[in-house]
Design a binder for this molecule. Structure first.
Ligand code: GLC
Length: 594
């Protein structure tokens, strides 16, 4: 355990707040370290290779801990680092208690964890327990005989029952989630690839095994879990026929199955409640009530979840509209205004790069639009998850050829189209906007060969823009995307208002500008974000007075001069112009607070 300075700082701020006699909306019992944290997600395969095999590894991460610390983040989430045949880059685990050979050894892991804790950074691991690898000993046993004591660890359908009720698979070339196994003459279920058989959570023994795995890592001192595909673990094992087209609404049919909450409450009782950890579910069901049911503190399940709705509103949709983006985030914020907690993220290993997704990766706008998106991420309510490389403004690599892709999801969809006579050329064009490999290219450390990621041949190509977009160059430039990221993290970490304060959207129907306030009764911030490449404007509401407001963060110099010069500010009811992708955070003078 360690004492974290930001926490202390917060206590001081809270005490001062208490002394001022003003009402604060922060209740002491609602304060949690995982709400105040800024999470940095590392895709270990692509962060830093220490041994020249072209694959990132734990020693590579260890060598860059000071860099991670310098970002100001205080939690790292690592994608899976367990033993795996890598059908789905580590999301197919063959041994939950050992480290993938490509990544190093358990001794490396122990040094990594120590190195993080020494720097007051917490570590959250991926917990992948909807499925294992088909090379996991449980599955090897389970598939060896119908009489195996492990048979019931997975979902089997014996052939004498006829063909199983159809189930759609995310990664299977034929989208078929049942794979026939001639050894025991039965089909097994795999929602993801055929090398990722689904565990049977109805079996108490499976759940017990999972809890033991969790304890193994928690007893080593890790600080939490990101629960992969967790909304899918519970299945209706009566295998009802699902309506035509159900795969278009897969979360509604696969998510939040029977007994899911019982499993979570049991897990909480057996494991989670015994440690001071953070738990975050990937996926939040298909309604706001589903999401709340996972994270309502009174239910003793998880701390937070992340939803996918925001991911569907973006540049890869020709009808993308900022109004929809605002609607999604405003709706999710209001659902969690009084209780529960959510995550805010704009990128992860399953998504294209945030810059290409909502900003503008043309060289002219890369800088401003990256900074604008960073401002959004770090000024919203909810725990922000920042994805490695977004702090530099990394963008989609946009491969032209299928042979450049490594992701099973892209490759199998392509194969399916090829087999069925689909339009593979259109698919390749579409993948330039949406493929997961866009967000998995190696971290761009410097302008040397392979961006300083490896001395070997990288497992996935490095984005050629590394020549200008790289950490070394940005370290030297005080106005870089990286420098801005650090400022934005610092602003959040030093202002509890940005963590806990109430969010209110302004000028909802403005098609270019996303404007909102954060207010906790102590301080009030106004955030103005122009999401467009054209100039925008914002009509200041009559109740907001910018006189005396401090511009505490912005991605352009103040209009008419440098950062420090007086700038033109709109009077209440007046118009505040914004340059392309301009982002400004004002701390309003106290008279604006409720
Ligand atoms: C989650 C992971 C994704 C993986 C899938 C199957 O969605 O984020 O990367 O492919 O689960 O484990």
């Amino acid at each position: 355990m360690f004492i974290r300075l930001p926490g202390r700082l917060l206590i001081v701020l809270l005490l001062l707040a208490g002394c001022s006699g003003k009402k604060s909306s922060i209740q002491q019992e609602d304060r949690k370290w995982w709400k105040e944290a800024v999470v940095y997600q590392i895709y270990p395969r692509s962060f830093k290779d220490s041994d020249g095999d072209g694959v990132g590894d734990l020693k590579g991460i260890i060598s860059r801990l000071d860099y991670i610390k310098s970002l100001g983040v205080d939690v790292v989430w690592l994608n899976p680092i367990y033993s795996s045949p890598n059908d789905d880059n580590g999301y197919d685990i063959s041994d939950y208690r050992s480290i993938m050979k490509d990544f190093g050894t358990m001794a490396d892991f122990d040094s990594l964890l120590k190195g993080m804790h020494d720097r007051h950074i917490r570590l959250v691991m991926d917990l992948v327990v909807n499925h294992t690898s088909d090379e996991h000993p449980w599955f090897r046993q389970s598939s060896s005989s119908r009489e195996s004591p492990y048979r019931n660890y997975y979902h089997w359908w014996n052939e004498e029952r006829g063909k199983p009720t159809p189930r759609w698979s995310f990664f299977d070339v034929n989208s078929d989630a049942w794979k026939y196994d001639p050894v025991t003459k039965a089909y097994y279920l795999h929602y993801f690839s055929r090398k990722q058989p689904d565990l049977n959570w109805e079996n108490p023994q499976v759940r017990k095994e999972v809890y033991e795995v969790m304890k193994f890592w928690l007893d080593k001192g890790i600080d939490g879990f990101r629960m992969d595909a967790f909304q899918f673990v519970a299945k209706d094992t009566m295998w009802p026929v699902l309506p035509q087209g159900y795969e278009q609404h897969i979360i509604r049919y696969y998510g939040m199955g029977p007994h899911l909450h019982e499993y979570l409450q049991e897990m909480n009782r057996e494991v989670i409640s015994k440690y001071d950890i953070m738990t975050v579910a990937e996926g939040a069901g298909s309604t706001l009530d589903d999401a709340m049911s996972l994270v309502d503190p009174a239910r003793h399940e998880l701390n937070m979840a992340y939803h996918f709705e925001g991911m569907d509103v973006g540049n890869f949709d020709p009808d993308y509209n900022l109004l929809d983006f605002k609607k999604v985030y405003t709706k999710w914020d209001s659902a969690f205004e009084d209780k529960g907690w959510i995550s805010i993220y704009l990128g992860n290993h399953d998504q294209p790069r945030m810059l290409s997704h909502w900003g503008n990766d043309a060289p002219r706008y890369r800088d401003a639009s990256s900074k604008m998106l960073t401002t959004f991420l770090l000024t919203m309510r909810g725990t922000p998850y920042c994805y490695y490389g977004d702090e530099l403004g990394m963008s989609n690599i946009k491969f032209d050829r299928i042979s450049d892709y490594r992701d099973i999801s892209t490759i199998n969809k392509f194969m399916h189209l090829r087999q069925t006579g689909g339009d593979t050329a259109a698919f390749i064009e579409e993948q330039k906007r949406s493929a997961r490999d866009n967000g998995r290219t190696p971290f761009q450390w410097d302008e040397g060969p392979n961006a300083g990621f490896t001395t070997g041949s990288p497992w996935l190509k490095v984005n050629p823009d590394y020549v200008t977009v790289n950490a070394a160059a940005e370290e030297k430039d005080t106005s870089s995307v990286l420098a801005y990221f650090r400022k934005a993290v610092w602003l959040r970490k030093s202002n509890p208002t940005l963590v806990y304060g109430k969010y209110a959207v302004l000028d909802r129907d403005n098609p270019s500008v996303y404007a909102y306030t954060r207010d906790d009764g102590q301080k009030k911030f106004l955030i103005l974000l122009n999401f467009k490449a054209a100039p925008g404007s914002f009509i200041l509401p009559a109740e907001i007075d910018l006189t005396g407001a401090k511009r505490v963060l912005s991605n352009y110099p103040a209009a008419g001069g440098g950062q420090k010069t007086a700038e033109k500010k709109a009077t209440p009811g007046g118009t505040q112009p914004l340059r392309p992708y301009e982002a400004v955070v004002y701390e309003l003078s106290p008279r604006n607070s409720d």
